[in-house]
Design a protein around this ligand. Structure first.
Ligand code: NDP
Length: 249
């Protein structure tokens, strides 16, 4: 089947990385669907801006941390757009603080949004992919899930958990034409990272990156596009680092 007929669902597509992923997949001919979270107040504006760039995206409300919300969201997408053949679990949050200061709410919020979301969303699309004999599940983790990070016991645990999920599901669906992979980006120059004071970026962060710069959202999007492609059929259960050499395993 040509990429032009495939539906790709990117959670958190209105964020820094998600937008680049949506634009790349649209350029390749996928029908791109994204989610907007309960706190999102700029969905219409974003959709308009994307239309002006020639991208006609579909957006559906969803709290990826809540099971019922995911059930309802994917049902609507399936009915109104078509079955999801590429799922990019990209939505994520941080609630950084040292473990000794971390409260239960900050732990739960990150676990729900960053890890439960993989179960909640993948569960809605996995059976269909298996039945059709083709599917791509791509989980956006983080370098901090691989190496740990000060103040991120919640985030690092959730992001490491994503890869355990990917490896196990990859084994279960490998014979069914469905691949499941993790991407672990390092520092990418999204609005969130660019908001870090220039002296901190130049003095502390960029010196840790052997390539000598931040990553570009388009570079992560290119990797997502590869994993979604026909050519990537033999790549499954992988955790692909894209971090400018900051961390190597
Ligand atoms: P942003 O904060 O720009 O985007 C995060 C997206 O997640 C938003 O679009 C938001 O949706 C969505 N989201 C948050 N909570 C929910 C929820 N409960 N339900 C549905 N959607 C939700 O972050 P980035 O684009 O930078 O990050 C994208 C992913 O990449 C994250 O998983 C992050 O952990 C990971 N990552 C990012 C790195 C970076 O350097 N930027 C490095 C490593 C990993 P909405 O806009 O609708 O509110």
């Amino acid at each position: 089947m040509a990429a032009g007929r495939r539906v790709a669902l990117v959670t958190g597509g209105m964020g820094g990385l998600g937008e680049a992923i949506c634009v790349k997949l649209a350029a390749l001919g996928y029908v791109v669907v994204t989610t907007c979270s309960p706190s999102n107040t700029r969905a219409e504006q974003w959709l308009r801006r994307m239309r002006e760039r020639g991208c006609d995206f579909h957006a559906y409300p969803c709290d990826v941390g809540q099971w019922q919300s995911c059930v309802a969201c994917v049902k609507r997408i399936t009915d109104e757009v078509g079955p999801v053949e590429v799922l990019v679990n990209n939505a994520g949050i941080t609630r950084d603080m040292t473990f000794r200061k971390m409260d239960r709410a900050s732990w739960d919020a990150v676990m729900h949004t960053d890890l439960d979301s993989c179960f909640n969303m993948t569960k809605q699309v996995c059976d269909g992919m298996v039945d059709r004999g083709w599917g791509r599940i791509i989980n956006i983790s983080s370098v901090n899930g691989q190496k740990g990070a000060f103040g991120q016991t919640n985030y690092a645990a959730a992001k490491a958990g994503m890869h355990g999920f990917s490896k196990s599901l990859a084994l279960e669906v490998a014979r069914k034409g469905v691949t499941v992979n993790t991407i672990s980006p390092g520092y990418i120059g999204t609005r969130m990272v660019m908001a870090i004071p220039r002296e901190v970026l130049d003095g502390k962060i960029i010196p840790q990156i052997p390539v000598g710069r931040l990553g570009k959202p388009e570079e992560v999007a290119g990797l997502v596009a590869y994993l979604a492609s026909e050519e990537a059929a033999f790549v499954t259960g992988a955790n692909i680092a894209i971090n400018g050499g900051q961390h190597m395993q």
